[in-house]
Design a protein around this ligand. Structure first.
Ligand SMILES: [Zn+2]
Length: 141
C-alpha cells in the first residue's frame, strides 16, 4: 500500500488539514472484484480486520461505501454467549409490546410502543408472538 517515498515535508501547524489520502471511488456495481464492503464481507463470513479501506463505492446515501480487500479480510469472530445475550436483550426490547408484554417475532413500530392489538384492536396472529412470561412474583420473603 504505502510504497511511495516522500521527501521530508515542512509541516505548517497552521495550514488547513490536508484531506485524507484519497482512495479511488467507483460507481455502484463497478467496483473491481477482490474488494467488498463490510456488508459484502459479512455475507462471506468475513470482517475487514485491521486493514484500512482501499477504495470507495458511490452509494445513494450521503456517504460512500468503504471497500476492503477480500484477501486481507479475517473470519468473523464466533458469537459469544454474552454477545448473543446482549443482542437478544436489545431485540427483545424492540419486539416486546409495552402494554401486553407479548414478544413478537418482528420489531414493533417505535411510534406506538405497543402492538397493533393493544393500539387499535387489530387482532394479532397467535403465531406471531410469544406469550408474556407469567408475572414474576416479586414479593419479599
Ligand atoms: Zn400488546
Amino acid at each position: 500500500m504505502s510504497g511511495q517515498e516522500k521527501g521530508p515535508v515542512d509541516v505548517d501547524p497552521y495550514a488547513p488539514a490536508e484531506p485524507e489520502a484519497t482512495t479511488p471511488v467507483f460507481k455502484r456495481l463497478c467496483a473491481p472484484s477482490g474488494l467488498g464492503t463490510k456488508r459484502q464481507l459479512r455475507d462471506m463470513g468475513l470482517r475487514p480486520g485491521d486493514q484500512d479501506p482501499v477504495a470507495e463505492v458511490e452509494t445513494r446515501g450521503p456517504k460512500n461505501g468503504l471497500l476492503y480487500e477480500i484477501t486481507k479480510a479475517l473470519p468473523v469472530r464466533p458469537m459469544t454467549l454474552a454477545k448473543e445475550a446482549a443482542l437478544d436483550k436489545a431485540m427483545a426490547a424492540r419486539q416486546t409490546c409495552g402494554i401486553c408484554r407479548r414478544r413478537y417475532h418482528f420489531v414493533l413500530p417505535t411510534s406506538l410502543n405497543s402492538c397493533l392489538e393493544c393500539h387499535d384492536g387489530t387482532p394479532a396472529d397467535p403465531h406471531s408472538y410469544i406469550a408474556p412470561p407469567a408475572a414474576a412474583h416479586q414479593l419479599a420473603a
